[in-house]
Design a binder for this molecule. Structure first.
Ligand code: NAP
Length: 339
């Protein structure tokens, strides 16, 4: 029987925002799996003011035997982005197999303004969370789709989060994530006839450099990052409150490379069009495709009852609850109704 999975050897991938964090983890995994990986960010060389750089990511990919091409690119600047795509077109003869829209400019600003309501923030705060992180994903997707549609194949992945269905951190974060999910759904409709897939990928709480620093900083409000919605529409809020209570423990579980493993499997899945337009979760994909995180352990699945019970301190109940019991997608869909 023909395998459901192909190989990443010779495939051309672009990961935006890969000087650190989840983007770096994805680049490391794609490179190790044999792809030619273009990476972008504003920080090309190591320096004292920023955590990580493109050159460091590229060196790490190459140390693992991969091929990585760092390109300094500000995703707030459309000209930079056009030049990036022109370069890939020229160097790879028009080939681009995978685009990962990951660059995000707002993490530090979000954590510096926890518990500040949106009307007390300058309107420009919107741009910090929705320019590079939403608009930039659309711009890159337009340019990537031109190449992929011509080739009648390709995969675009938006890195999103559970903030797409319920309040987390602040208003503009959720607005951006919800729109990024919707972008995948709606663009997928138009790309389907051309065999190009577009999905939104939700990692769990990932042990990135910035998030680790923030959690250990004990900033005021850090234990309240996920505010529970107390009304009934917020059954999701109840679910989210489990996560809030176990935030620190939960954070230490998922590596930035876990999302990269998910993308390797998505990019080599011959049935990928079945997932196109959908939101997919890193932990669910690991269960479906059968892989673990880089340390050989499975990070907690956000939807698992066992995980929720254990994070809320119901250890004996968690111990006897089978791990396959998960919050069904239809319940999540009902919780996110907009009528
Ligand atoms: P991060 O550590 O802050 O990394 C963001 C990356 O984007 C960096 O490489 C940064 O590099 C780049 N970037 C920022 N502004 C840019 C610009 N104008 N042009 C080009 N590149 C730019 O963030 P992260 O935690 O990895 O988050 C990445 C995505 O994953 C976000 O959408 C986030 O919401 C999502 N996510 C994160 C978690 C988590 O637990 N961390 C969980 C779920 C979802 P430079 O600063 O060098 O430009």
């Amino acid at each position: 029987m023909k395998s459901r999975f192909g190989s990443l050897h010779g495939k051309v991938c672009l990961v935006t925002g890969a000087s650190r964090g989840i983007g770096k983890g994805i680049a490391l995994q794609l490179g190790e799996a044999g792809a030619i990986v273009y990476i972008t960010a504003r920080t090309l060389l190591p320096n004292e003011t920023s955590e990580g750089s493109l050159v460091e990511t590229a060196e790490e990919v190459e140390l693992r035997g991969g091929r990585c091409i760092p390109v300094k690119c500000d995703h707030a600047n459309d000209e930079d982005v056009k030049q990036l795509f022109n370069r890939i077109k020229q160097e790879q003869n028009g080939r681009l197999d995978v685009l990962v829209n990951n660059a995000y400019a707002g993490i530090s600003d979000i954590f510096n303004n926890l518990n500040v309501p949106f009307w007390k923030l300058p309107p420009e705060f919107w741009d910090k969370t929705c320019n590079v992180g939403l608009r930039s994903h659309y711009v890159a997707s337009v340019l990537a789709s031109e190449m992929m549609v011509a080739a009648r194949q390709g995969l675009i992945v938006n890195i999103s989060s559970g903030g797409g269905i319920g309040y987390i951190f602040n208003a503009s974060y959720g607005i951006g994530k919800s729109a990024v999910d919707r972008m995948a759904a709606d663009c997928a409709v138009e790309l389907r006839p051309y065999n190009v897939a577009f999905v939104s990928l939700w990692p769990g709480a990932v042990k990135t450099e910035l998030l680790t620093e923030v959690v250990h900083s004990n900033k005021p409000g850090i234990n309240d990052v996920v505010r529970m919605r107390r009304n009934w529409t917020g059954l999701y809020g109840l679910f989210i409150s489990f996560i809030r209570r176990g935030w620190t423990e939960w954070l230490s579980k998922e590596s930035p490379e876990f999302a990269g493993k998910a993308i390797i499997h998505l990019a080599t899945d011959r049935n990928i069009m079945k997932k196109s337009g959908r939101i997919v979760w890193t932990a669910d994909l690991a269960n479906e495709y059968g892989y673990t995180d880089v340390d050989g352990v499975s990070p907690p699945n956000f939807r698992s009852l066992k995980v929720c019970l254990s994070l809320t301190g119901h250890t004996w109940l968690a111990a006897i609850t089978p791990s396959f019991i998960k919050c069904p997608f239809w319940i999540l869909a009902v919780m996110t109704h907009k009528f």
